[in-house]
Design a binder for this molecule. Structure first.
Ligand code: OAD
Length: 248
């Protein structure tokens, strides 16, 4: 509805009294940690073709190539640390009576910053899933040896535990996200281009149920016209100011 460079008083007040707050994050919150985003001038999808690297068909065709790309990304993420935006959201989680963090990110930086039990819509780059026995396991080895990695339980081939294009989100995880969006008094949308569904639809679920929608992004997005407030600027700038201002 309107763009701001500071949280306006009506939104500050709403957040201050909110019982239930949910926050949806995207690649933009990790940009200041050095994790590449997907879209935009430096985005991964400018240099790589998603259909060759992030679909089940690509993996069936050439698991080695897909794993090499994920191994490279795991190496990049391993060198990154949570930034002030991640830390502020972890702090908000302690202050708000009922707080849920929903993320599209697979980098695990929210957990590393101290957020408990984030809803990871698109999976986690530090988890693998066995094509043989289906077991999901944590795996932090980087670089991975052998590549593709094999299941320590059954010897089957592992895949990244990530939702690829053309795949459905885990219905239980999506259901939980939709539930907390629908219950939220304030729904914040941070650092996402709001073009990938069903994640992009969560703000609409929240708005239909009366939530105040606060967006934080360095630029306007397709959500901006429907948000109550869009704060323009980096998440690592705005989120600590909000938390300090309200609960510091
Ligand atoms: P995108 O790369 O599409 O969008 C990143 C957004 O972050 C853009 O709107 C930027 O303007 C914004 N941004 C960049 N730096 C920022 C900063 N410092 N502070 C605030 N905002 C900033 O990433 P997502 O929206 O997360 O899917 O992409 C959604 C999904 O598409 C991803 O989860 C991924 C991808 O294909 C999977 O991996 C399954």
């Amino acid at each position: 509805m309107a763009t701001y460079h500071d949280l306006p008083p009506h939104a500050r007040q709403r957040l201050a009294v909110a019982e239930r707050v949910a926050v949806l994050t995207g690649a933009g919150i990790s940009a200041e940690s050095g994790v590449p985003t997907f879209r935009g001038p430096q985005g991964l999808w400018r240099s790589f073709r998603p259909e060759e690297l992030a679909t089940p068909e690509a993996f069936a065709r050439d698991p080695q190539m897909v794993w090499e790309w994920y191994d490279w990304r795991r190496g990049k993420v391993a060198a990154c640390r949570p930034n002030a935006g991640h830390t502020a959201l972890a702090a908000m989680g302690v202050k708000v009576p009922s707080f849920t963090l929903i993320t599209q990110n697979v980098d695990g930086l929210h957990r590393l910053a101290g957020s408990t039990d984030p809803v990871e819509l698109h999976g986690n780059i530090w988890q693998t899933r066995c094509l043989g026995c289906g077991k999901v396991q944590e795996n932090r080895q980087t670089p991975l040896v052998p590549l593709p990695p094999t299941c320590p339980t059954c010897g089957g081939m592992l895949r990244p535990h990530i939702v690829w294009f053309g795949e459905s989100l885990d219905p239980a995880i999506l259901g939980r996200a939709q539930q907390v969006a629908g219950d939220a008094d304030v729904f914040m949308v941070v650092g996402t281009s709001s073009v990938v569904w069903p994640a992009a639809g969560l703000a609409e679920v929240a708005a239909m149920n009366g939530a105040t929608i606060i967006e934080i992004n360095v630029e306007e997005t397709p959500l901006t016209p429907d948000a109550d407030v869009t704060l323009l600027g980096p998440a690592g700038y705005h989120l600590p100011r909000i938390v300090e201002g309200l609960w510091g």
